[in-house]
Ligand binder design. Structure first.
Ligand SMILES: Nc1ncnc2c1ncn2[C@@H]1O[C@H](COP(=O)(O)OP(=O)(O)O)[C@@H](O)[C@H]1O
Ligand SMILES: [Mg+2]
Length: 344
């Protein structure tokens, strides 16, 4: 997912670095994706929403899921699509789950077509009674797979309903819960042997212009201290922040981060910002470390990162002294946006 944005920034630069970034991003995605899926439906997963454009996320997410399969993707995503008010980690999971199901239904290959358009639901609209009147973005994901028999169609969103030998039956259940929590709606149409189309609606963001600007990738400068117990994330963040123009040092826990921040503060090269993981198993996490950093430097600019979108700190990050949140798995655009919030 990151590689698309990175390639855009790097056009003409080192190909080896590009591959490394892609590998780093994939392991972040795999490790955090599963954890997040489990947490989202087990803990109620209140979305941490931000307004953003859907097109880049849809493309990157679908391409990522289709990679190595026989299915081919097609996109019809208009440029003037309204930005949406979403939790990027959760909606990314929705798209991944739907694309994965489509791939599994098309083991012999076929096309996965993703179209999106702006839709206004009026009072008394016949299309759905499930949606409040207002502006929505409609996304349709259409496959040419085996289809779903009519007698099964009412069960597919049920938890643990699966027809696959190794299935969990939780994919569509979490899709449904996430869309519902976003004030959206999802529906399905299918014909055996012809294919299936899932269509979902997400509320459009109120402030269209602000959202369009915030989805861009911006370069910056300054020194950033990263704290995460996961080496892969540290390496990935270092590479990506480097791409954006920042100088980076990494630490593995809160104690180390406080020590390095303090040392640097006394030197002529203090840190301009910190990005800290919310929780660190067996060590001090960002939630606690931020208090100590504030004592050292009341003007500290901090981003909290986490795969646990359900943690109340992620929804109320400002009360804890953080200036921005970064949900794992994240994309280059998310990182750019967070950095722009703290240093822009
Ligand atoms: N695109 C699709 N084409 C055909 N069948 C599907 C599709 N998506 C979902 N299904 C059916 O719905 C069931 C539930 O899907 P899901 O909740 O993702 O669980 P799982 O993938 O673990 O089986 C699948 O087992 C399959 O029978
Ligand atoms: Mg599934």
């Amino acid at each position: 997912m990151l590689n698309v944005g990175t390639a855009r920034l790097k056009a003409g630069k080192n190909e080896e670095i590009r591959d490394l970034l892609q590998a780093a991003e994939q392991s972040i995605q795999q490790a955090k994706g599963i954890t997040q899926q489990l947490l989202t439906f087990t803990r109620g997963g209140e979305p941490v929403k931000t307004s953003m454009a859907l097109q880049p996320m849809i493309k990157e997410s679908v391409k990522f899921t289709l990679h190595g399969s026989k299915a081919k993707s097609r996109f019809d995503l208009p440029d003037d699509l309204w930005p949406v008010e979403i939790d990027p980690g959760q909606i990314n999971q929705v798209i991944n789950n739907l694309a994965l199901n489509a791939v599994q239904a098309m083991s012999r290959g076929g096309h996965l077509t993703v179209t999106a358009r702006n839709v206004t639901i009026e009072e008394g609209d016949q299309r759905t009674t499930a949606l409040q009147p207002g502006n929505y973005v409609e996304v349709a994901i259409k496959d040419e797979g085996v289809g779903i028999p009519p007698e099964n169609i009412d069960s597919i969103f049920d938890p643990y309903y699966t027809t696959r030998e190794k299935g969990t039956g939780l994919g569509l259940f979490s899709v449904y819960s996430i869309i519902e929590r976003h004030g959206g709606w999802i529906t399905v149409e299918s014909e055996v042997d012809l294919g299936t189309t899932f269509t979902f609606y997400l509320p459009a963001a109120a402030d269209e212009e602000a959202a369009a600007i915030s989805s861009e990738i911006k370069e910056g400068s300054g020194r950033v201290l990263v704290m995460d117990d996961d080496d892969t994330i540290c390496l990935g963040l270092k590479a990506l922040l480097g791409e954006l123009g920042y100088e980076v040092e990494t630490t593995a826990n809160g104690e180390e981060a406080i020590e390095r921040y303090g040392e640097a503060l006394k030197s002529d090269q203090p840190f301009d910002a910190v990005i800290m993981d919310l929780t660190v198993p067996g060590g001090m996490g960002g939630a606690e470390a931020i208090g100590h950093l504030k004592e050292l430097d009341p003007r500290v600019r901090a981003v909290v990162s986490s795969g646990y979108s359900t943690d109340p700190i992620m929804a109320n990050y400002q009360e804890y002294g953080f200036e921005a949140v970064l949900m794992k798995p994240f994309q280059l655009a998310d990182l750019s946006r967070a950095m722009d919030l703290v240093l822009g």
